[in-house]
Design a protein around this ligand. Sequence first.
Ligand SMILES: [Zn+2]
Length: 191
Amino acid sequence: MSFDVRCFVLPMPDGIVVIDTGMGDNTTDIAQALERLGAGWGDVSDVVITHAHADHVGGLNGVLSKATTAVVWAGEADAGAVSSESQVRPAADGASVRGLRVIHTPGHTQGHISLLHEDEGLLFVGDAVGTMNGTMVRPPAPFTADPVEAELSLRHLARVRPHRMLFSHGAEIPDANSRLRELLEQPAPQP
Ligand SMILES: [Zn+2]
């Protein structure tokens, strides 16, 4: 099975934020992304975990071994499930991490969060929704803890209307807001 999961390295005004750390050791790729920004591991101020699934947090301790001063954040209900060598701080709904607004989007996991880069209108949706071959898709039902809540969270995200939507699984697609509204018109998987 080929498996594509994304981490994001974001230069913010007062630090560099890494969103998710992938399944295994991704420090080489993340180091390259930092280098492209003219930065290094010491500039990583924060690591934000969208949710405590292995493909998003597996690489965390590898990242923390390099970014030794980074603060780790995860949604309140998932923070305890993140295996981390540093303390994991709860990222509450509405909180801001260096200009990234935390949006509580439970369902896929109870503590799943999305992140909005308010200045640039970039919405990082984690696994709330993804894309496959250019089509927007809900995450596979077996991996979603509470499909009813997940659907409510998707409706919440549809009201954010970001400039761009970035997915943990799947490439960016044009006009993601319209595609999300269309997806919500299709029947949701039944619990
Ligand atoms: Zn997941």
